[in-house]
Write a protein that binds this ligand. Structure first.
Ligand code: 4AD
Ligand code: MG
Length: 430
């Protein structure tokens, strides 16, 4: 019977064949332990000299790392391994013999591993991170479907900048200039006016010259947008969404979290409602924590976010930022014109901002005023004004950065390990 590693529990004490790669091995004169992987998981294959042909045993001892093979044997319980099963191998059939696989079990430097990202993805740690990423994506679709959202796909080639013009990737669109999307938001607002509650999931691009553990040039964003929804109501959806994805990973990725040695207590604590503090309060807290030179009106950097997050064991919303450091579309607080109805969600443990969101300006004349202030009078932005002309309604939305969220939930230090092929400053290979 041909099967896969994630299905072996169904074949206890039965003989099966699995297509695998050899991840690692150790052997003595009488027994060989093969660490096998097939993409669905990892399992140990045990080859006992006395129980197989001499030819099979010699083969087991000589297989090279990352060779591909079919192994046939009996599945038995193995209480010592976190996976719980192993294979007593009877036969081995080599598909292709790999020679000099560059990533050996010894330690390698990050740049070396990044140069070999196409192979590095096969390692147990990277496998676990990609599975958690997938689980978060699955949970995202489940959550928004259950909440009555429609998935909408905004364009990637655009004529407009949603998040300011300094970080745009320019490209030629026949005889006009186009950009790679920084955010689908403006289009999602149009979609919300057509479909009520919508969400997108796609790649976004920032030509940001930042070389930090939180920045990618190409990252994936989930962007919900909701008609007739206030800023406060949006925060509730955000915290329920984040709690939902955490629960889903805790439930479905037990092995992966174990592989990554993730502290589960920290994740289990994450329960809505999350604390909310205003930007004003955050400035006060920072001053108390010794950041004496931060002034009201300045944006927060990573150290500021980390310092604030340390005071909470939950993600924390920082709300009501000064309007001058936020995007043109954010709705001013009706009680206070110098701040906007927005929130950044800061993850615990130093992972920084994972969500940025706000209520959107729904008043036509105010939006026109912002166009003046931000020099957005070009043709590319005219359609967006129509949303305020024809049945404008209060609406709000947010963007969750997938890679930062994966980094936090997986407990990995740097976002470069949370996307299959990271695009970083000075890295377009592989
Ligand atoms: O705060 P941002 O820039 O917000 C927007 O783009 C809004 N238009 C979203 C919306 O309201 N629809 O980005 C949202 C999130 C951030 O909180 C962060 O998680 C992630 O996207 N992000 C990045 N992730 C990795 N690398 C980068 N360079 C990122 N820039 C933003
Ligand atoms: Mg932001």
């Amino acid at each position: 019977m041909k099967t896969t590693i994630n299905q072996v529990a169904n074949y206890l004490n039965q003989e099966v064949t699995i297509g695998v790669w050899l991840a690692n091995k150790r052997s003595s004169g009488k027994i060989a332990f093969l660490q096998l992987r097939d993409g669905t998981g990892f399992i140990q294959g045990v080859v006992v000299k006395a129980e197989v042909s001499e030819e099979t045993f010699q083969l087991a001892k000589s297989i090279t790392q990352e060779s591909s093979l079919y192994v046939t044997g009996t599945i038995v319980e193995d209480t010592r391994s976190p996976f719980g099963y192993e294979m007593q191998v009877k036969e081995i059939e080599i598909i292709q013999e790999a020679t000099d696989y560059p990533i050996t079990p010894k330690e390698h430097g990050t740049e070396f591993l990044m140069d070999h990202r196409h192979l590095w993805l096969r390692s147990k740690k990277q496998h676990a991170i990609m599975k958690i990423r997938d689980q978060i994506i699955q949970a995202t679709y489940q959550f928004f479907q259950k909440e009555g959202f429609v998935k909408v796909d905004p364009p990637i080639l655009t004529g407009s900048a949603a998040e300011g013009t300094t970080e745009l990737f320019h490209t030629q669109y026949f005889d006009e200039e186009a950009y790679l999307s920084q955010s689908g938001q403006l289009y999602m607002e149009a979609a919300a006016m057509a479909l009520g509650r919508v969400f997108s999931f796609g790649p976004t691009f920032r030509a940001e010259k930042s070389k930090t553990r939180r920045h990618l040039i190409e990252f994936w964003m989930i962007e919900p947008e909701m008609a007739f929804v206030t800023h406060e109501e949006s925060l509730e959806i955000q915290e329920n969404y984040v709690q939902f994805i955490i629960e889903s990973v805790l439930k479905n990725c037990t092995l992966e979290l174990k592989t990554l040695e993730r502290n589960l207590d920290a994740l289990q604590k994450v329960k809505a409602p999350f604390p909310r503090i205003t930007y004003d309060k955050a400035i006060e807290m920072l001053k108390e924590k010794g950041f004496t030179d931060i002034e009201w009106g300045e944006d927060f950097g990573a150290p500021h976010e980390t310092a604030i997050a340390e005071s909470f064991d939950q993600p924390v919303f920082i709300t009501h930022y000064p309007k001058d450091i936020k995007a043109f579309y954010m709705k001013p607080d009706p009680d206070r014109e110098d701040v906007v109805l927005c929130a950044d969600l800061i993850a615990p443990e130093g992972y920084g901002e994972i969500i940025g969101g706000s209520a959107r300006i729904d008043d036509l004349s105010l939006m026109k005023q912002r166009y003046e202030e931000h020099s957005l009078s070009g043709d590319a932005y005219q359609w967006y004004l129509d949303l305020r002309k024809y049945g404008s309604v209060p609406h709000a939305g947010f963007g969750l950065g997938l890679e930062r969220t994966v980094a936090w939930i997986s407990g990995v230090e740097h976002v470069r390990e949370t996307i299959p092929f990271p695009r970083l400053l000075n890295r377009l290979y592989p």
